[in-house]
Design a protein around this ligand. Structure first.
Ligand SMILES: Cc1ncc(COP(=O)(O)O)c(C=O)c1O
Length: 459
């Protein structure tokens, strides 16, 4: 402890040397940076020993929860046996085993795995795969990608061009050309002409994809990126029939359907892959996060043999790769993580408890600030409003005061890690470890009730 500043050496070094991601550092000028030092099950602990319920699974990552020795030890054993070898012209056993296991679990004919180290790399790799695929298949003019308003698909330049959040794109423009936006599936904010009929809303939102393809010229469109449940904006599940209609549209115009499952795969929605829940088979699945539950970084994409086929002929090569993709330690950890899924039937746990999770969160509907509670599986958004009857949202200044000025700190201080976000309308998001049960749902609801009640008194 520094006697003059009263801060620990770790805190001082954090402020002096560490650059946090997506963080307004001025917010920590007169406040401590929270330092999380360990985790156990559904909880994490800060440097003072205070416990927090990890209602966001870190960042939609820690599916099996924290502190699993068997998964950590699988990584350590692999590091001792073969710490590193690239997937550039070579294979190693854990990458092969993991690819085979994922292929066995993926829907439809998706059976080829290309590993990356992150979700952004997966999203970007899928775009590059699509572009080169079309060049090799005699349709070289296809390069554009469609994605939905305020959807987040990552931060590298290519992934950012797919992302639909203007505020995080503008500082980095110009981005690679070809990103085109289509409506998302926020039924709470549906246009008036379909606001009373969720099926009609879904048809309209899907048909907007067709209209965008026609507007851009079908021969220029390579892919459409969709999350099973859109995260950014606060968990928008698909309306009934939406994905079936999108699949039809993609087939009609020869556009590849990419299911960006960086959040929604690996049990988040009670299925290994989110697309299974909604009954569609995409051409590409991008994944990351939950594949290792965060015990080591990993991402990837799964594709069908059809997409691989042109790359198997002649001298063609997918001219793309990254040093640490399919890292042996990450592959070993992913396999151990999937063992936990099986041993503890985590998919079953989500499916049998998701109704109780929803019902517990829906109790918050009696608060005047809660406009909408939405989501599926263990993935929920709570939209906050100024007026429940009219669904009036907060203006920018109010949102700033409410979310950054009060809610984020108050929820954390009350012992709940979740996300207060205003990249769309203000929402609180929950995405807890898949091991959570009623006691954790009650704890989340209790903390949210207290803090949201106080928030209302500040408005
Ligand atoms: C749907 C989706 N795609 C891509 C990404 C980018 O993943 P990463 O942060 O691992 O690059 C994210 C991250 O949250 C995501 O939610």
């Amino acid at each position: 402890m520094n006697a003059e500043t009263g801060q620990s050496a770790l805190q001082e070094a954090a402020k002096r040397n560490l650059w946090l991601h997506f963080t307004r550092h001025s917010g920590y000028a007169n406040a401590d940076i929270p330092i999380i030092v360990r985790g156990e099950g559904q909880y994490v602990y800060d440097q003072h020993g205070k416990r927090y319920l990890d209602g966001l699974a870190g960042l939609f990552v820690s599916q099996i929860g924290h502190g699993r020795r068997e998964v950590a030890e699988a990584g350590a054993r692999q590091a001792a046996e073969l710490a590193y070898f690239p997937l550039w012209s070579y294979a190693h056993p854990r990458a092969v085993e993991l690819a085979e296991r994922l292929a066995g679990q993926a829907p439809g004919d998706l059976n080829r795995v290309f590993f990356t180290t992150s979700g952004s790399e997966a999203v970007e790799s899928a775009w590059k795969l699509a572009k080169q695929y079309f060049k090799l298949s005699g349709e070289p003019s296809r390069y554009k990608v469609l994605s939905r308003y305020i959807a987040y698909h990552g931060t590298s330049h290519g992934a950012l061009a797919v992302t639909g959040l203007p505020d995080i794109k503008i500082p980095f423009e110009p981005l690679p050309p070809g990103g085109v936006r289509v409506p998302n599936t926020n039924f709470y904010r549906a246009p008036n002409f379909v606001a009373d009929d969720i099926t009609a809303f879904g048809v309209w939102a899907a048909d907007e994809i067709e209209r965008a393809i026609l507007r851009e010229g079908p021969q220029s469109v390579a892919a459409v990126y969709l999350e099973p449940v859109q995260n950014s904006g606060g968990c928008f599940p698909p309306p009934p029939g939406y994905f079936q209609r999108v699949r039809e549209i993609c087939d009609t115009y020869g556009v590849l359907m990419v299911s960006d499952e960086v959040i929604c795969a690996f049990g988040r929605l009670g299925y290994m892959f989110g697309c299974e829940r909604y009954g569609y088979t995409p051409d590409i699945i991008t994944f990351a996060k939950g594949v290792t539950s965060g015990y080591s970084p990993m991402g990837g994409m799964m594709v069908s043999d059809r997409l691989m086929e042109p790359y198997l002929k002649d001298q063609h090569t997918f001219l793309h790769g990254v040093t640490f993709a399919g890292h042996p330690v990450s592959c070993a950890v992913a396999l151990a993580n999937l063992d936990v899924f099986e041993k503890e039937d985590l998919l079953g746990n989500v499916r049998s408890n998701e109704g109780a999770f929803r019902a517990t969160l829906e109790k918050l509907n009696d608060l005047p600030i809660v406009g909408d509670v939405r989501g599926d599986g263990y993935f929920y958004g709570i939209e906050l409003v100024k007026d429940k009857a009219t669904r009036l949202t907060f203006d920018d200044a109010e949102s700033e005061r409410l979310l950054r000025g009060f809610l984020s700190h108050a929820l954390f201080d009350a012992g709940l890690i979740c996300r207060a976000d205003d990249r769309g309308d203000p929402v609180i998001q929950l995405s807890p470890p898949l091991t959570c049960t009623q006691e954790h749902f009650d704890e989340m609801e209790g903390i949210l009730r207290g803090v949201l009640t106080e928030a209302w008194s500040h408005i």
